[in-house]
Each structure stands twice: as structure tokens, then as C-alpha cells.
Design a protein around this ligand. Structure first.
Ligand code: NAD
Ligand code: UDP
Length: 339
């Protein structure tokens, strides 16, 4: 019998790519998503690529009756928890909505899991929990909690909550995955990142400039202490990230307690490097202007990935060129995203 995995937020960007990887690895996949930041077309495409469909349940994770019902109806073995609101900027304007959505949905999920005796959980955290790093590359033991916005604090609080759960009950097997900067798309161009409204992140923004729906990129600061003055980040292909989830799932099945792993490439690239590489790949000029620094931004952030390599046997494979090639393939073949 195939193992059934519940994927929360599975219609979203990273969740849909991971749902596909799970199907391709032979798992059965159940997705719960309220479609607040996604389209169910992503899951139709996932089904098309995989040759079989995930079961989609449209609903909200904060709905305890629904979530308990899902565990009653299906022999779920493990949960991959992607569902969250994720815009830093929006979280500053609407902190309560962010805390309520991200914390309550995680508490409701964990309670329903415990009710159903399901204890394998992989949680989507973020490098945002490190705040402004005191040293790079950033290892998992770097201090956390100095987050600069409500979104980041919601991730930090959930990490603490999960650590307390595992402490209180050794049946919990929890992987906390701290993603660096996920970009790219499935190379076939059928699924990708489709942010609602104005993109906040660099690569989706550049893609929209390249297709002509946005006029120019604003580079937030060129006076950082980096080689060219623009911010440096660790971009990771979403397929590598999806693969990291499968490795983490395998690992926690074999051990108890809470584990934390960075998922990045260990390489840093500047905004200007990303822009130039994208121009080469797409053959389109990306007009830009230098704008003031974005509040809360840091100069340099990249991962020490040795723990994930050592403990999971996982390593990112895709280059920046491949990430941008696949982001462009997705955007150029779907200029309006899933619409
Ligand atoms: P996304 O917005 O594309 O996906 C999140 C999904 O969760 C969406 O489909 C949304 O509709 C759903 N959702 C939100 N609240 C829900 C609720 N209460 N009930 C049911 N569904 C709900 O975002 P993503 O980029 O795929 O991110 C996935 C996870 O990874 C998030 O937890 C995010 O915080 C984390 N993360 C993302 C990044 C990034 O740069 N994309 C970086 C670090 C961490
Ligand atoms: N960035 C930028 N213009 C944009 C969006 C992002 O110059 O329109 C820069 C940002 O300042 C940072 C890098 O690109 O140095 C990555 O930003 P993103 O928002 O993608 O990721 P995060 O800030 O979460 O690392």
C-alpha cells in the first residue's frame, strides 16, 4: 500500500512542486489548501505531469472539524506543512492576520495529528528566523529569534512550539526546514510561481519586467558591503527544495525528536548577478533603477548546508543559470500565471 501524505498549502508554489515529487516517488498525496494565494489549476497540472492526481480538499487549516475529519477519513502517515501567509511587507501592515493564520493553522493541524496518532511532520521554516546574521555562511546553530517582521516572528514562534511538542511527547518526529531563497519552476514550464498582485521577491519581479507587465526593477540599495553593493542571497531551485523534503521525510521516519536543516545551495549571488544572468538567458533587457534600501533587508545571507548534506545525504544540484532558465520558461509560457 502506498503511504498517504497530507500536504498543507499544496496548491501553492513550493507545495505544488513537492506534491509532484511525492507522487513521482510513489506516495499518495492529499492536499488541503484554502486557495488564498494559489489556484487549483496548479494541482491539475501536477496530476497531468505525474500521471495521477493528488486528492484536493479545498478548505482552511484553521477549521478544526474539517482537519479532524480528514484524518478520520484517510490513513495519513505524515504531514508536510507548507500552508502560511508569507509576505513580509503585508505582515508588517497586518500582523494579527499573519499571526492568526500561521499560528492557529499550525496549532489546529498539530492537535488533529495528535488526535489521529500521526506524528511525522515536516515544517516550512525560513532563513528569516536568523534575522541579520552575525556570520555567513549561516549554520543551524546560529542564534534565531532576532527577526525583523511579524512573518518572521510567526515562523520563529512555530519552531519553538514544535520543539516544545517534541520535548513533551517523544512520539513526535519533526523536521524544521529553513529555506533560503526558493526560485525557478518545473523545467517543463507547466507549474511555477504565481504570486497574487505585485510580486515581492526578486526573481518573480524580474520575470514580470521581462514579459512587460512591469516596467522596471527597483534594486533596493547598491551601497551594501558586498562585491557590487547589492544584496547577496542563496537562491535554490524549487526542485532541489522539493527533493530536500523527501529526504527529510525519510530521515524523520527513522528517528525521533526535532531536527533542523537549512535548505540552500551554500552559494551567494547579488541582485546584479541575478539580473545579468537573467538577461543572458531570456535575451531581454531588464530596465532597472537603484532605489533606497528596503526596510528590514540585510546585506548578505547564505547557508551552511553541511548538516543537510551529512545527515540527509541531500545536496542542491541546480545552478543559478538553471533556476533562472526554468523561471523564465514558466513565465514566458504562462505570462498570466495560472489565470
Ligand atoms: P504560497 O503562498 O505559494 O503557498 C502557501 C499556500 O498555503 C497557498 O496555496 C495558500 O493558499 C495556502 N494557505 C495559506 N493559509 C492557509 C490556511 N489557513 N489554510 C489552508 N491553506 C492555506 O507560498 P510558498 O512560497 O509555496 O511557501 C510555502 C511555505 O514555505 C510557506 O510556509 C512559506 O512561509 C515558506 N517559505 C517560503 C519561502 C519563499 O520564498 N517562497 C521562503 C521561506 C519559507
Ligand atoms: N530585491 C530588489 N528588488 C526587488 C525585490 C528584491 O532589489 O524588487 C532584492 C532584495 O533587496 C534582496 C534580494 O533582491 O537583496 C532578494 O530579495 P527577495 O525579496 O527575493 O528575498 P529575501 O529578501 O526574502 O531574501
Amino acid at each position: 500500500m502506498r503511504h498517504k501524505i497530507l500536504v498543507t498549502g499544496g496548491a501553492g508554489y513550493i507545495g505544488s512542486h513537492t506534491a509532484l515529487a511525492l507522487l513521482q516517488a510513489g506516495y499518495d498525496v492529499i492536499v488541503i489548501d484554502n486557495l488564498s494565494n494559489s489556484s487549483k489549476v496548479s494541482l491539475e497540472r501536477v496530476g497531468e505531469i505525474a500521471g495521477r492526481n493528488p486528492l484536493f480538499i479545498e478548505g482552511d487549516l484553521r477549521d478544526a472539524a474539517l482537519v479532524n475529519q480528514i484524518f478520520n477519513d484517510h490513513p495519513i502517515e505524515s504531514v508536510l506543512h507548507f500552508a502560511a501567509l508569507k509576505s513580509v511587507e503585508e505582515s508588517v501592515r497586518e500582523p494579527l492576520r499573519y499571526f492568526e493564520n500561521n499560528l492557529v493553522s499550525t496549532m489546529t493541524l498539530c492537535q488533529a495529528m495528535a488526535n489521529a496518532n500521526v506524528f511525522n511532520l515536516v515544517f516550512s521554516s525560513s532563513a528569516v528566523v536568523y534575522g541579520a546574521p552575525s556570520i555567513v555562511p549561516i549554520a543551524e546553530h546560529h542564534p534565531t529569534g532576532q527577526t525583523t517582521n511579524p512573518y518572521g516572528r510567526s515562523k520563529f514562534m512555530i519552531e519553538q512550539m514544535l520543539a516544545d511538542l517534541a520535548e513533551a511527547d517523544p512520539r513526535w518526529k519533526i523536521a524544521i526546514l529553513r529555506y533560503f531563497n526558493p526560485v525557478g519552476a518545473h523545467p517543463n514550464g507547466l507549474i511555477g510561481e504565481d504570486p497574487n498582485g505585485m510580486p515581492n521577491n526578486l526573481v518573480p519581479y524580474i520575470c514580470r519586467v521581462a514579459v512587460g507587465t512591469l516596467a522596471e526593477l527597483k534594486i533596493f540599495g547598491n551601497d551594501y558591503p558586498t562585491a557590487d553593493g547589492t544584496g547577496v542571497r542563496d537562491y535554490i531551485h524549487v526542485l532541489d527544495l522539493a527533493d530536500g523534503h523527501l529526504s527529510a521525510l525519510d530521515a524523520i521516519r527513522k528517528s525521533g525528536g526535532t531536527h533542523i536543516w537549512n535548505l540552500g545551495t551554500g552559494q551567494g549571488n547579488s541582485v546584479l548577478e541575478v539580473l545579468r544572468e537573467f538577461e543572458d538567458i531570456s535575451g531581454r533587457p531588464i530596465p532597472y533603477k537603484i532605489a533606497p534600501r528596503r526596510p528590514g533587508d540585510i546585506a548578505t545571507c547564505f547557508a551552511d548546508v553541511s548538516k543537510a548534506e551529512r545527515e540527509l545525504g541531500w545536496k542542491a544540484k541546480y545552478t543559478l543559470n538553471e533556476m533562472l532558465r526554468d523561471a523564465w520558461k514558466w513565465q514566458s509560457t504562462n505570462p498570466l500565471g495560472y489565470k
